[in-house]
Every structure is written in C-alpha cells, then in structure tokens.
Design a protein around this ligand. Sequence first.
Ligand SMILES: C[S@@+](CC[C@H](N)C(=O)[O-])C[C@H]1O[C@@H](n2cnc3c(N)ncnc32)[C@H](O)[C@@H]1O
Length: 196
Amino acid sequence: MDERLLALRKNAALRGEPVLRDKSFELLIRTVKEKQPKSILEIGVNEGYSGIAMLLNSSGARLTGIEIDEEKVKKARENYRIFGVENKAKIFLGNASEIIPLLSAKYDFIFLDGPKGHYGEYCDNLLSALNLGGVLFADNVLYRGYIGENRKAPHKHATIKHSIEEFLRKITENKGLKTVVYDIEDGVSITEKLYE
Ligand SMILES: C[S@@+](CC[C@H](N)C(=O)[O-])C[C@H]1O[C@@H](n2cnc3c(N)ncnc32)[C@H](O)[C@@H]1O
C-alpha cells in the first residue's frame, strides 16, 4: 500500500475525520484486488482516502463518489490530484438520499460508508445499481455492538439501529445474494450479487 496514502489517512483519523478503520480498510483493499472492478460507487467520500486506495488497487477502474460536505469534496478532489487519479474519479456533491435514486449507471463494486441511519433506505436502489457478480461492501453494519434483536441501543441511536437491521435483513434474506458479515471493528458486510 502507498505509504503516503497511509500517512494521510492516519493524519486524517488523528484530526477526527471518520475514515475507515485499519482492518476494515485492509479487507476493502483485499476485496477490490480480488474482484478487480471496472466501475466503483462510493457513498461517503470524506477526503477521498478509501476511493484513492480502491483506484490504486484495481486496474482500469473508474470511481463515482457521493459526498454531502463541500469542504470534504474540495479536499478529496485535491487528494485525487496528488495521487494522479483525478481523471478516473468524479464526485457528486449532495445528499445521497437524493442522488442514489437518480443513478442510471451500474457498478461492479459499491462501497457504502455514508450516513448509517439511511442504510435501510438506500439498500434496494444500491442492489439495483449493482452489476451481476458485483459486490456491495458496507461498513458499520454491527454499529457499536447495538445491532441484533436481543441487543439494546441508547434511544439516540435507535434510528441507526433500525436502519442497519433493515439493511442486514435485505442483504441476508435475498436468495439472489451471498452475504458474509465480518465481526471486525464496527462490522463489515460483503454481499455478492449472484442473480437478479
Ligand atoms: C465514514 S465517512 C467516509 C470515509 C471514507 N469512505 C474513507 O474511508 O476515507 C462518511 C462520509 O459520509 C458523508 N455523509 C454524511 N451524510 C451524507 C449524506 N446524506 N449524503 C452523502 N454523504 C454523506 C460525511 O460527510 C462523511 O464524509
């Protein structure tokens, strides 16, 4: 992995930016290396680190990102230039709830790392936007250990809990999908679309 990228990620984490944690990041990169997607969608770009890492580890891939924070979009575009991937990456600035339903393209790989309280809402549209054989990789699916019928969450996290549980139901109960949930860090799910 590019040392400069690792250092920038580490620095962003120290500044309190919500970047993907180390083991989940390694799993993301391992999965991208194995699948070699040509088209990637990222929900929640932040300053661009995971997007850059995915592009550097898949030959010929193009990335579309969605990010609501204008300052983060500026920073991500600057980082794309620093790593020479600016011609392979574009970002839609705006709310994923409004942008996802308008997507007309299909993707080989979708990385869901946006607002946790909307995973359930995004799920159907993201699965429709996934090519056959494609992968939906989602972070935070075991959110703080609050996920599961017999787990309690503080009231302020109830919306996120319900949304992630809805998301998990959809990706595990659909017979056209193969899903593995990894109990690492905040929880990661990897879903492969086997048939429509
Ligand atoms: C966990 S961070 C993404 C980290 C990034 N994937 C990485 O690992 O480098 C989540 C991002 O989602 C963005 N976000 C939050 N709500 C959003 C929304 N409704 N639509 C689009 N982006 C949103 C936040 O601004 C934040 O940058």
